[in-house]
Write a protein that binds this ligand. Structure first.
Ligand code: CP
Length: 324
């Protein structure tokens, strides 16, 4: 794998390979093998133009657990504030020896530009670009659903027949978009539930059913209910219902939680707006997988970095032998 830019173009086979390697990575963590030597000598740059807690820290943890060196870049305190461009920033980091660049950017398409422009030769991983995609979030969500369903027997299995309902601010959600493509590629049936004003214009091209009514979606008995964060920072008052109305019609509260099938799980990518899209009862309930998702994030990101960089390591070794 050269880059990971989206899930729309990720095949079922490649997705299963990532999930299965993530299972192996999770096993090493359970055996308390804190560090694998796999990426010794490699450098991963976390290039974050937007804030992040989970994604940035778990990429850092993933790279370190594979023995790679990590450089963390955030725009605050950098020369981006002096007007330095993405090209110059990326080339500067590559000159310092980056083998992989993990990028989060407010502009949809920035990771693809970095990967295809020829500015850098490092592998590129999309850690969230604008309202476009967040592929490793979808992979860790799929990993979590599969693990809850199949436990230790997860390897090689897809999500055929699994019903996933994604609720909330679909318009601004790169998590929703990546999940729709990935989960349906793995055989899941996806329903999107959203206020009519928070549905993307191109949603009819998405392989998902659209609903505006959370209670009827819950009555349909989803295996997983994924609540999305309301992205107040990207919202215009023109199309957001009041917070009170949103919470009443599309929020997951104790009553709706009780109406879910006994074995269905409640997911949220984080960070959560408690009391808005999800109540504390739901977020902290035994059926919540919020922290399982965070844990899965490290394993999935280890798998992605391994696939991106270990091929390069093999190639470098072969090259060295040829040179000798
Ligand atoms: N889920 C997610 O992307 O969280 P962060 O913004 O904290 O990385």
């Amino acid at each position: 794998m050269r880059h990971l830019l989206d899930t729309q173009h990720l095949s079922r086979e490649d997705a299963l390979t990532i999930l299965d390697i993530a299972e192996d990575m999770a096993d090493t963590q359970h055996r308390e093998v804190k560090k694998l030597p796999t990426l010794r000598g490699k450098t991963v740059v976390n290039l974050f133009f937007e804030d992040s807690t989970r994604t940035r820290i778990s990429f850092e943890a993933a790279a370190k657990r594979l023995s790679a060196d990590v450089i963390n870049f955030s725009t605050k305190g950098s020369s981006v504030s002096k007007g330095e461009s993405l090209q110059d920033t990326a080339q500067t980091l590559q000159a310092m020896g980056a083998d992989a660049v993990v990028i989060r950017h407010g502009a949809s398409g920035a990771p693809r530009t970095l990967a295809t422009s020829g500015w850098i030769t490092a592998g590129v991983v999309n850690a969230g670009d604008g309202t476009h995609e967040h592929p490793t979030q979808a992979l860790l969500d799929a990993f979590t659903i599969r693990k809850r369903r199949f436990g230790d027997d997860s390897r090689g299995r897809d999500l055929a027949g699994v019903k996933v309902t994604i609720v909330g601010d679909v318009l601004h959600s790169r998590v929703a978009r990546s999940n729709v493509w990935l989960l349906t590629a793995l055989g899941a049936e996806v329903t999107l539930v959203s206020p009519p004003t928070l549905v993307p214009q191109d949603v009819s091209a998405w392989p998902a059913t659209i609903s505006y009514d959370l209670d009827s979606a819950i009555a349909a008995g989803p295996d997983a209910l994924m609540m999305l964060r309301i992205q107040l920072e990207r919202m215009s008052a023109a199309y957001f219902p009041t917070e009170r109305e949103y919470s009443r019609r599309w929020g997951l509260d104790a009553t709706r939680l009780a109406a879910l099938p006994a074995d269905s799980i409640v997911m949220h990518p984080g960070p959560m707006n408690r009391g808005l899209e999800i109540s504390a009862d739901a977020a902290d309930s035994p059926r919540s997988t919020v922290l399982d998702q965070v844990r899965a994030g490290v394993s999935v990101r280890m798998a992605v970095l391994y696939l991106l960089l270990s091929g390069q390591a093999d190639h470098d070794d072969e090259q060295k032998k040829e040179d000798e």
